[in-house]
Design a protein around this ligand. Structure first.
Ligand code: KIV
Ligand code: ZN
Length: 389
């Protein structure tokens, strides 16, 4: 059966770049955009053109140079924002304007001091303004995660009638549980009569560590676009991480989805984004962390050395990572020690390894990790003592 394509909307250069310390200049943004296009993302959210002259310039340059991916610019539901976004995107071969407004009562009352009816009218209006410049208009209902479903359905129906081709349902505060977010998407699928005229998009934040789970739950319920960032960068605790959703879709083929991402580029682009944005990746980060393919406990190492599949569900090559590592710590076992000696060119029998293992443990208890020079010293010492005997 053909698989359903899930569109990857990358917002590393917009939501990701909002992170304090991650700001990029135009050249850096353009270089990353070209690499994102090569990775195979479908849409690049290049920035928020009204926010600063520098960001306007970055979006314009990206729009000029990107040929295959759609280039998207963010705006509020404000005429000037939309006109500025359109201006910045004017040379794009596939321009998209992303406009919208907060729809939860928190936003309506506290942020806008307004009413649901007024916000509904502004939502319709902003899509109509954006439609003057491009056919491809995405509407976001900010804080949809905490928006009443009936009202959200009303807004979504109205903006699709006004011409929105993509409807973004952000869990802006990362509040939803996966089943709740999935139910919200299912509610829209079942209660918005014209929903088949638009693609539903997930935009989930990670305040409770659920962004990836929520996005996948949204796709299972009917969404076909995921908004995400490389390394999960984004406001506060971040956004859905691109590498995670892509590999979940690839690992769980039975779900029936696919993306266009060249997965062997996931680790190289993660490093590139981390270096350019000067934002380190946590070592235990799924797919792209430095420990993602390291094995350090004796039980795991023994199983892994017998058959990698016992403890690894992804081949590191598939995601462009260095080959799996057997790390030696005080929790490691004899098989791992023998394996590392062998890699260094030392062949020891079972008795040798038993003896060496005791020396190894005394070193390992003093150090966090036992490294090649320690092993070479141990092996040479052992060889000397056995020759003397
Ligand atoms: O988190 C959010 O709601 C956003 C919107 C502007 C799409 O980033
Ligand atoms: Zn966001």
């Amino acid at each position: 059966m053909p698989k359903d394509r899930v569109y990857i909307f990358d917002t590393t250069l917009r939501d990701g770049e909002q992170v304090p310390g991650c700001k990029l200049n135009t050249i850096e943004k353009l270089e990353l955009a070209l690499q994102l296009e090569d990775l195979g993302v479908d849409i690049i959210e290049a920035g928020f053109p009204i926010s600063s002259p520098g960001d306007f310039e970055s979006v314009s340059q990206i729009a000029k140079h990107i040929k295959n991916a759609t280039v998207c610019g963010l705006s509020r539901a404000v005429q000037k924002d939309i006109e500025t976004a359109a201006q910045a995107l004017k040379h794009a071969s596939k321009p998209r304007i992303h406009t919208g407004i907060g729809t939860s009562d928190y936003h309506i009352k506290s942020k806008f001091n307004s009413t649901r009816e007024e916000i509904l009218q502004r939502a319709i209006q902003c899509v109509k303004w954006a439609k003057n410049f491009t056919d491809d208009v995405e509407f976001y209902a900010e804080d949809a995660g905490r928006t009443d479903n009936d009202y959200l359905a009303k807004v979504i129906e109205a903006v699709i009638s006004a011409g929105a081709t993509v409807v973004n349902i952000p869990d802006t505060t990362g509040y939803c549980l996966p089943y709740q977010y999935g139910e919200k998407i299912a509610y829209l699928v079942n209660n918005v009569p014209n929903i088949d005229k638009a693609v539903i998009s997930c935009h989930c934040h990670n305040d409770l560590g659920l962004a990836t789970a929520n996005s996948i739950s949204g796709v299972i319920a009917g969404a076909r676009q995921i908004e995400c960032t490389v390394n999960g960068l984004g406001e506060r605790a971040g956004n859905t991480s691109l590498e995670e959703v892509v590999m979940i879709i690839r690992q769980h083929k039975h779900l029936g989805f696919c993306t266009n991402i060249k997965t062997e580029q996931l680790n190289p682009i993660s490093r590139r984004v981390s270096d350019t944005m000067r934002m380190p990746v946590q070592p235990n980060k799924a797919i792209v962390g430095s420990n993602a393919f390291s094995h350090s406990s004796g039980i795991h190492q023994d199983g892994f050395l017998k058959n990698a599949l016992t403890y690894e569900i992804i081949n590191p090559e598939e995601v462009g990572a260095d080959s799996s590592k057997i790390v030696l710590t005080a929790r490691s076992g004899r098989s791992a020690l023998a394996y590392r000696f062998q890699k260094l060119g030392f062949q020891f029998d079972r008795n040798d390894i038993d003896e060496l293992y005791n020396t190894f443990l005394s070193v390992a208890d003093k150090k966090k990790e036992v490294e090649d020079p320690d092993l070479v010293a141990m092996a040479k010492q052992h060889q000397k003592s056995t020759v003397t005997l």
